[in-house]
Design a protein around this ligand. Structure first.
Ligand code: SRM
Ligand code: SF4
Length: 536
């Protein structure tokens, strides 16, 4: 590759080990790793290169690996879900799974000795976890109700699959894209509500008409990192759906060959666009493609507020419905996964969809079967009617499994939302996103109320805390929220949230006396937010 990779002496640690041995090389060594066990493995292979296979060493739970799948467009079959359920089931209490903020699934508790067998099982049902971590392209997100939604403009399923096939060479691994300067996110929206958070992807396709032809406007450079968060900006390009894969390939090659590699905090695509300017970036991509791109359509078709798809909705196919289940903070146990696979077969067509809100949709449920599905025991827990407060809770992994975490998130988020829900009636959903550290995997900047883990001090002691974000707007005219208050001790958070929910989101105390007391505890904190923060 003709690249601007710096001289070996100036390479950072990651560039050095990638130059020594490509991450994908460990694919040929999995049997060997399984034999020798995790303790005897070369540390760089174990802690880093295995991520090219989607296998993540967890320093918090050594020997119990996490596996990150690739589920393009979040479409998964019941037989695939059953295979994933079987994987986590064999690890008993250590085994569980999470639906991720990229419409994907991660498995927990996995032992290295089982990896070869697990990969054979994946292959049998067309699943892959390849290239899902480190300097690779992440899960390709698409509209979760693609092909079902009466108002959809472009069915994104095939496009997401094709982009994944390009990047991973149909799941076999593609050395052309295993040494990017950094991680890379691609999203394809075919709907009117920007259900993929286009604005936070390195490349995003949003539907737009050009001269009566339907295609996509292209945004580039969106990302979150501990140092900087940037919304994607227009590339001033419009493409036909048939050009999507080639454009992704061209941008990835330009990024691979010219992206900045010296400092990992300045290596995401936006930093290259900053350095070059959009005109030069665009022209390099055109050179790579071999033709001139059309300029963007004057407006895109993202016209709606974002939907969360929880509930029962008629599909474009007469007599069929999709049923969106709320999965609290995306956490699944093996029994839940087996049950979901069964429900999809008994009531639907054996297919399920995942959402970036960490929930699940069962599509293709006939009108006559909806009532019976709603009576299933699992739907009492994974309900179609969560309360408005509980409904939009999202949380990253946090300290339970993630060594970057500054605080525990998922369990804390659930416990607090239950307390708030017991105390307040909220007239509308409030999107509360938790993230355990500034890496922002839980996307606090897209939330109505975003909570980012930090360490703070109280009474002279270091305690778990959060930075409070507000004003994130999703859907039409999406924009990122800002930090409005730093270092709130977690133990003081509840009255502050009570107060915010009452003042900014129209919440009412269930018992006025109790809540008055609670919110008066938070009254010392004055937070000014724009009207946008009150969209709910
Ligand atoms: Fe993330 C790293 C979990 C979505 C930004 N992310 C990590 C690691 C791999 C760190 C680690 O090795 O422990 C976390 C694994 C923890 C674990 O055991 O689960 C992790 N990220 C997640 C997930 C599972 C959060 C969730 O609970 O849903 C999401 C998996 C998505 C997927 O299926 O691929 C996840 N991460 C995101 C997002 C949100 C998104 O894509 O919409 C972001 C912000 C958007 C972005 O990337 O621009 C995000 N993760 C990061 C970063 C900061 C990247 C940067 O440029 O600095 C890191 C750290 C890094 O890459 O150095 C990171
Ligand atoms: Fe881990 Fe931080 Fe990402 Fe949460 S935000 S999963 S704590 S890296």
């Amino acid at each position: 590759m003709t690249s601007t990779v710096p001289a070996a002496a100036s390479l950072n640690k990651f560039e050095k080990f990638k130059a020594e041995k490509d991450g994908l090389a460990v694919k040929a060594e999995l049997e060997h790793f399984a034999k020798i066990g995790w303790e005897a493995m070369d540390e760089t292979d174990r802690d880093h290169r295995l991520k090219w296979m989607g296998v993540f060493f967890r320093p918090v739970t050594p020997g119990k690996f996490m596996m990150r799948m690739r589920i393009p467009n979040g479409v998964i079959s019941s037989s695939q879900l059953r295979v994933l359920a079987g994987v986590v089931q064999r690890y008993g209490e250590d085994g569980s799974a999470d639906i991720t903020t990229r419409q994907n699934i991660q498995l927990r508790g996995v032992r290295i000795e089982d990896i070869p067998d697990i990969f054979s099982q994946f292959e049998r049902v067309g699943l892959t976890s390849i290239q899902s971590g480190m300097d690779n392209v992440r899960n390709i997100t698409g509209s979760p109700v693609a092909g079902l939604d009466a108002d959809e403009l472009i069915d994104t399923r095939e496009l997401c699959q094709q982009v994944q096939d390009l990047i991973t060479h149909k799941g076999q691994g593609n050395p052309a894209f295993t040494n990017l300067p950094r991680k890379f996110n691609i999203a394809i929206a075919g709907c009117r509500d920007n259900s993929v958070h286009a604005e936070i992807n390195d490349i995003a396709f949003v539907p737009a008409f050009k001269d009566d032809r339907l295609g996509f406007n292209v945004l580039v450079g969106g990302f979150f990192s501990a140092k900087r968060c940037a919304a994607a900006i227009p590339m001033d390009v419009w493409v036909e759906p048939s050009q999507v894969v080639a454009l992704c390939e061209a941008i990835l090659i330009v990024y691979r060959d010219h992206g900045l590699r010296a400092n990992r905090q300045k290596a995401r695509l936006m930093w290259l666009i900053d350095e070059w300017g959009m005109e030069r970036f665009r022209s390099r991509v055109e050179n790579q493609l071999g033709y001139t791109l059309q300029t963007a359509a004057p407006k895109d078709e993202i016209l709606w507020d974002k939907r969360d798809h929880i509930g029962v909705y008629p599909q474009k196919q007469a007599g069929l419905n999709y049923v969106g289940l709320h999965v609290p903070v995306g956490r699944l146990q093996a029994t839940d996964m087996f049950d979901l696979a069964r429900l999809a077969e008994v009531y639907g067509s054996g297919e399920l969809r995942l959402t970036v809100e960490q929930n699940i949709i069962i599509p293709n449920v006939p009108d006559s079967r909806v009532g019976l599905l709603l009576e299933e025991p699992l739907l009492q827990r994974f309900t179609v009617e969560p309360s408005p407060l509980v409904r939009s809770l999202v949380s990253c992994t946090g300290a339970q499994f993630c060594n970057f975490a500054l605080i525990e998130t998922k369990n804390r988020a659930l416990a607090l939302i239950k307390e708030l829900d017991a105390e307040l009636i909220c007239p509308q959903p409030v999107r509360i996103h938790w993230t355990g550290c500034p890496n922002s995997c839980g996307q606090p900047q897209v939330a109505d109320i975003g909570l980012m883990g930090t360490k703070t001090r109280k009474d002279g002691k270091a305690v778990d805390g959060v930075d409070l974000y507000m004003g994130g707007k999703v859907g039409k005219d999406a924009h990122l929220g800002q930090c409005v208050q730093k270092g709130i001790p977690c133990e003081d958070l509840k009255p502050i949230l009570v107060s915010l929910l009452i003042q900014n989101f129209g919440a009412q105390p269930r018992d006025p006396q109790v809540s008055e007391l609670n919110s008066s505890h938070g009254a010392g904190i004055h937070i000014t937010v724009s009207d946008d923060a009150m969209t709910g």
